[in-house]
Write a protein that binds this ligand. Structure first.
Ligand code: ADP
Ligand code: ZN
Length: 806
């Protein structure tokens, strides 16, 4: 009896084992199969590992159907997903689901129905054949799955009955239906081509016009295009009846490329800088070895990293291998895709979760068919079905968006490294502010370090001024948002018709509604955070669970009308700048203004075309973008993130400030950055002012070593959720005690303690950390403990290598 391991898309379940009935050939790894799970029938993916049938193999349930003759998901992607499931401690099906395109999970299955001949022969049949026919008798249509659950080996029986014409088997595979989009295209036939004038003259005017147009279009014209020329589809149908044209259906790809980004034009690069040349030279050599190699490209902002990626990508494409470029945010894909499309034309695809299902379907299948050499995408693109990868670039590798904050909690960059190793590819991690982990790996020789210390064309780095807001408050009162230095700097930029970016990493108008009579604040009923006022929408909203209410007019507790709004976000900053500079054209980029699809690309394109003077926004505007006319960057509150109880707070602040300062002075005119803060002496702010990465790295590494945080140790964050605070703490305590059992391992367990976000979406949360040097044994011990408490397991988040521990 053959057996296979199958991943099904059910959270928290590992691989399941099924018997393969004799009538099926060996299913390929990556092929889809229908399998019974409980009382349901689900689509699963065949895992690569051949399964040794145990002695109890006879008890295995048989699979119901094999849907693909070959791998649907490439085998290397299946293996990668299995690695993710193991490393990040999630169900293998969840990991596989991340790699699947839309509409790939078949929701239905084969059905059997009896034929007239079957009814007639019913009484003359014997055994299993008779039983099967009886089940179907009377015109019932029954799923093969439910028949299979009642009788083993039914597939073979049904196949035999079908061959004898006694039953029919259908395959209404809803999920598998070809989801390609087709259009109708009209083409001239030979007869149409040779039609003589007098023949044509007998036709109606529209028909003559259509023939004329089609003569100039050897590939045909779509019915829609002809309609645009005022030719109704009836005219085409008439021509078709006369045999002059044919109409065929053609598949068209839904193209997700933003035409707005094509407006973001780049100057062609004529000569590489010396540093770029050295980097390209070294990397081209590494990639030509066709074995795994990892390099950290540490290049200051504006040092021309993109140009290096492009030249490297061309080299790899010419050697017949594929290129994957990962960017941290959907917002950055249009610009990156436009750059690569300019170089590689049609052979570029994009993959990210912002595409419609149809677009994602088309992009995935284009890549799978081999129509694509270059894929640009966000973290999930690490599972791209691109064959024979030669190069993976992870741009802005330090960015927290690479980490998925829901199961599977994988880090796109780290999975990319694993994929590169398996593929024998070169991986380049690029950043002006590398993560502590990656720089540490470069220091200890795991990655090659390639540095670009200067901007292109010897442009100077922006000059950074730090403004102590305590002094501004002393001078102008506590309500000041833009201090005098930033106001002056903006004034001069607007006078000189240069552009400015103003950053505040917090959206909304006011961050707290506070009652002056009784001190009450408006908190989210589900989460332990205060509601943020969104003035344009007229709502007070929770940024964690999206709860919202009309902006309150009276205190909920004392009913007093003396409500005050404190704190401010980007919406307020935008209003402030409009009030201070009535002539300025101001745009805003944050999650509130880019809800509509394409909105962000349109805003960025307007800014690039200098239809806007000032762009206000959250961290979305801090990274990646290249706007040569920006000569001022203002940071409203540099310390927004510093107060958070998160060991990465300083690193994130340093990165954000360095990145946003890097948006200034990228063109011919030197740039300036004005950074407002309450903690001008904090080391992350001091080093960002000097733009001194290595000094920051050294200080931060000392802190991580002293406090035993990554990269000094491996860290697993465990969060237990419960209806009550006490319940969460108790369950977390049980886990902690079990992990501390003497002799179990050398790790340490911290906690439990209430999580910094003590309540989220109506649930209380308790947290504990497991710290140690041997990640695998830590994870195994934790999973063993959790296996013994399945009910708690369902309420527990296991986050391996967490990015955020709130
Ligand atoms: P980074 O990603 O390192 O911050 P970019 O790759 O965005 O920098 O490059 C910054 C700008 O410099 C872009 O406008 C790019 O076209 C330009 N550039 C890159 N290389 C050169 C070069 N060798 N000479 C002139 N301009 C260049
Ligand atoms: Zn909430």
């Amino acid at each position: 009896m053959r057996a296979i391991a199958v991943a099904v898309p059910v959270p928290g379940i590992g691989a399941l084992t099924y018997a393969v009935p004799d009538e099926f050939p060996d299913p390929a790894a990556g092929a889809r199969v229908l399998v019974p799970v409980g009382n349901r029938t689900l689509t699963g993916i065949v895992l690569s590992a051949a399964v040794e049938p145990q002695t109890s193999a006879l008890d295995l349930k048989p699979l119901i159907d094999v849907l693909d003759a070959e791998a649907f998901l490439p085998a290397d992607v299946v293996d990668l997903a299995a690695w993710v499931a193991d490393y990040y401690a999630c169900g293998v099906g969840e990991a596989i689901a991340t790699a699947m395109p839309p509409r790939a999970w078949v929701e239905s299955e084969r059905h059997a129905a009896i034929t007239e001949a079957g009814e007639a022969r019913l009484l003359t049949e014997r055994g299993a054949r008779r039983e099967a026919l009886e089940q179907l008798s009377g015109g019932r249509i029954v799923s093969v799955g439910s028949l299979a659950r009642r009788a083993k080996g039914i597939q073979g029986v049904l196949a035999g009955l079908e061959a004898d014409g006694l039953v029919t088997l259908t395959r209404p595979l809803r999920g598998n239906a070809d989801a390609s989009r087709t259009i109708r295209v009209a083409m001239l036939t030979a007869q149409g081509n040779e039609a003589v004038d007098e023949e044509v003259a007998r036709l109606g005017a529209r028909q003559q016009q259509a023939l004329d147009l089609l003569r100039g279009a050897p590939d045909g014209l779509s019915i829609a295009a002809l309609a645009d020329e005022d030719i109704p589809s009836e005219s085409i149908s008439r021509l078709a009846r006369l045999g002059l044209v044919t109409i065929e259906r053609r598949r068209v790809e839904r193209m997700p490329f933003d035409t707005a980004s094509d407006r973001i034009t780049r100057m062609p690069v004529i000569a590489l800088t010396e540093e770029q040349q050295a980097a390209v030279g070294a990397l081209v050599e590494r990639v030509s070895r066709r074995t795994y190699h990892a390099a950290l490209l540490h290049g200051v902002t504006g040092s021309g990293k993109t140009e290096i990626y492009l030249r490297l990508a061309r080299e790899v494409q010419q050697s017949g291998r594929g290129v994957l470029l990962m960017v941290p945010e959907i917002a950055l894909t249009p610009a990156a895709a436009a750059i690569f499309r300019a170089a590689f034309g049609q052979r570029v695809a994009i993959q990210h979760s912002g595409l419609s299902d149809g677009e994602r379907y088309d992009q995935w299948h284009r890549i799978r068919r081999g129509d694509v050499d270059v894929v640009v995408g966000t973290r999930s693109a690490v599972f791209t079905p691109l064959a024979s990868l030669g190069l993976i670039v992870v741009d802005e590798e330090h960015d927290g968006s690479y980490k998925q904050e829901e199961s599977p909690r994988y880090h796109g960059r780290d999975v990319a490294v694993v994929r590169a190793r398996a593929a024998g590819a070169l991986i380049v991690l690029g950043s002006a502010t590398p993560s502590l982990e990656s720089y540490h790996n470069a220091q200890n020789g795991r990655y090659e370090l390639i540095a670009l210390k200067r901007r292109v064309l010897d442009r100077p780095m922006a000059d950074v001024t730090v403004v102590d807001m305590r002094a501004e408050y002393a001078n102008e009162g506590p309500d000041v948002i833009l201090g005098a230095p930033l106001r002056d700097a903006l004034t001069s930029r607007l006078d000189r018709q240069e552009q400015a970016i103003v950053l505040l990493n917090r959206r909304g108008f006011a961050t707290v509604v506070f009652c002056r009579q009784c001190g009450e604040t408006f908190e989210c009923p589900n989460c332990s955070v205060s509601l943020t006022v969104h003035k344009a929408a007229g709502r007070a909203r929770c940024h964690y669970c999206n709860y919202s209410m009309a902006v309150p007019k009276a205190c909920a507790k004392c009913l007093g009308p003396y409500l005050e709004q404190l704190g401010f976000g980007t919406e307020r900053v935008e209003a402030e700048i409009r009030a201070l500079f009535p002539g300025a054209r101001v745009g805003r980029v944050d999650r509130d203004t880019i809800r509509r699809r394409g909105a962000i690309a349109a805003l960025l394109a307007r800014f690039a075309a200098r239809e806007l003077d000032v762009l206000v926004g959250t961290q979305m505007i801090a990274k990646g973008h290249d706007f040569p006319r920006v000569t001022l960057v203002g940071v409203i509150s540099a310390d927004v993130g510093l107060g958070l109880a998160d060991f990465r707070a300083a690193e994130r602040t340093f990165q954000l400030l360095t990145q946003v300062a890097g948006r200034s002075g990228r063109g011919e005119i030197a740039g300036q950055a004005v950074v407002q803060t309450l903690y001008p002496n904090h080391y992350s702010i001091r080093h960002a002012r000097q733009q001194d990465y290595t000094a920051f790295y050294e200080d931060e590494l000392k802190f991580r070593r002293a406090m035993r945080y990554p990269p000094a140790v491996a860290l697993i964050n465990v969060v237990v959720k419960s209806k009550t605070r006490q319940g969460a703490m108790q369950d977390a305590e049980t886990i902690a005690v079990a992990l501390r059992a003497p002799g179990l391992g050398t790790w340490t367990v911290l906690g439990p303690a209430p999580a910094p976000l003590g309540r989220l979406k109506g649930e209380h949360r308790a947290q504990l950390f497991v710290k140690g040097t041997h990640r695998t044994s830590m994870r195994k011990a934790l999973l063993t403990v959790l296996e013994g408490m399945p009910e708690v397991r369902r309420r527990t988040i296991v986050d391996v290598d967490p990015m955020s521990v709130l």
